[in-house]
Design a protein around this ligand. Structure first.
Ligand SMILES: NC(=O)c1ccc[n+]([C@@H]2O[C@H](COP(=O)([O-])OP(=O)(O)OC[C@H]3O[C@@H](n4cnc5c(N)ncnc54)[C@H](OP(=O)(O)O)[C@@H]3O)[C@@H](O)[C@H]2O)c1
Length: 331
């Protein structure tokens, strides 16, 4: 059995990672259809030793398609994911557009694969910072319950796509050569800097990215009662999002039990030996599938709370890998 798979946004950083992931995980692709905008006319992608021309996305792109994996921005998903679903495909969407729609499951397979069954043609992939966080949180949620999360993120520029990666590279070089290069993608220079703003601001002073983490975490864990606050920060790292998460459990937990629960959960690796300075860093996890957790410790200010340092490749677990895992779970 093999499947016809369309990748919408095939020339972007997530789209390219999806194609690599389909190949590396040996997903049974019969035909691959890479789709992008007119800007990409004439370009090609490599898949299993073949060079495949990129096609321009149209309403007719989904005839006979089994899975359509979208990463071309929210407006493209809004318009074309329903078209793909109506043509009989399952649309797996990486953008924010459908995530909070009531009739669209929001899925991280290790955490809530059961939600896939209720799909009506469209399944959403969470925001990258949420996807990596909920994996180690799930075993703690099941064992102790979660009262509150206080989150700070350190998110890489690949989370904003290929132009942002180019901007960090160009600005770093220009700064070292003493020629300032004005920002285009971000509101401030990202080279040698930190920007405490991801996406636009809402009236309550939070950014949209922060509120995505709040809402999506509740939806995936299926518990609207968890209290969550987040501050999301863009950092001059190419690949890999890092997060400090203070987890207030509903009851006290032994730190060794917490470590074991996280260690034994699928898709997570514990890297945690402070005596040897062992903990995950984005540089080390780039290109890897798992979510890495270190600095696991008791919060000295709250007997019910623990501190976690969670790092993952945002293009993999935060996007491409999670989308392909959803398709795998379906077949
Ligand atoms: N980067 C991440 O870590 C991450 C994680 C989760 C979700 N996402 C979401 O995934 C989406 C893409 O992100 P990215 O980082 O891959 O961006 P990117 O590198 O800028 O790539 C965007 C892709 O979308 C295509 N595209 C844009 N407008 C189009 C249109 N009108 N019709 C058809 N194709 C169009 C582009 O094609 P051309 O090359 O032809 O312009 C390109 O292939 C965004 O919605 C983002 O929020 C990203």
């Amino acid at each position: 059995m093999s499947y016809k798979v369309a990748v919408v946004g095939a020339t972007g950083v997530v789209g390219r990672e999806i194609i690599e992931t389909l190949e590396s995980r040996n997903f049974p692709v019969g035909t691959l259809i890479p789709l992008a905008s007119e800007r990409s006319a004439g370009s090609t992608v490599e898949f299993k030793g073949e060079t495949i021309p990129v096609q321009v996305l149209t309403k007719d792109s989904f005839v006979g398609v089994d899975f359509a994996l979208f990463s071309a921005g929210a407006s493209v998903s809004k318009e074309f994911a329903p078209i793909a679903a109506a043509a009989g495909a399952v649309a797996i969407d990486n953008t924010s557009y459908f995530r909070m729609h009531e009739d669209v499951p929001l899925v991280v397979p290790e955490v809530n694969a059961h939600a896939i069954k209720s799909h009506k043609g469209i399944i959403a992939n969470p925001n990258c910072s949420t996807a990596q966080m909920v994996v180690p949180l799930k075993p703690l949620y099941d064992a102790y319950g979660i009262e509150r999360l206080v989150i700070a993120t350190y998110q890489s520029v690949s989370g904003s796509g290929k132009e942002a990666m180019q901007e960090l590279e160009d600005q770093t070089r220009a700064t070292l050569q003493g020629r300032p290069l004005p920002p285009k993608v971000y509101p401030h220079p990202i080279a040698f800097n930190l920007i405490p703003q991801i996406d636009s601001f809402l009236e309550n002073g939070y950014t949209k990215e922060e509120i995505k983490m709040v809402n999506e975490t509740k939806k995936i864990l299926g518990d609207p009662s968890i209290r969550i606050t987040a501050t999301t920060v863009r950092v001059p790292v190419f690949i890999g999002h890092s997060e400090v998460v203070n987890v207030e459990l509903k009851k006290p937990a032994k730190i060794e039990d917490v470590r074991n629960l996280i260690h034994n959960f699928p898709g997570v690796q514990v890297l945690d030996d402070p005596s040897k300075s062992i903990y995950p860093t984005p540089r080390d996890v780039a290109g890897k599938d798992d979510v890495y957790v270190g600095r696991i410790r008791q919060d000295i200010s709250n007997p019910n709370a623990i501190e976690l340092w969670i790092v993952a490749d945002n293009l993999r677990k935060g996007a491409a890998l999670n989308a392909v895992q959803i398709a795998e779970a379906m077949i």
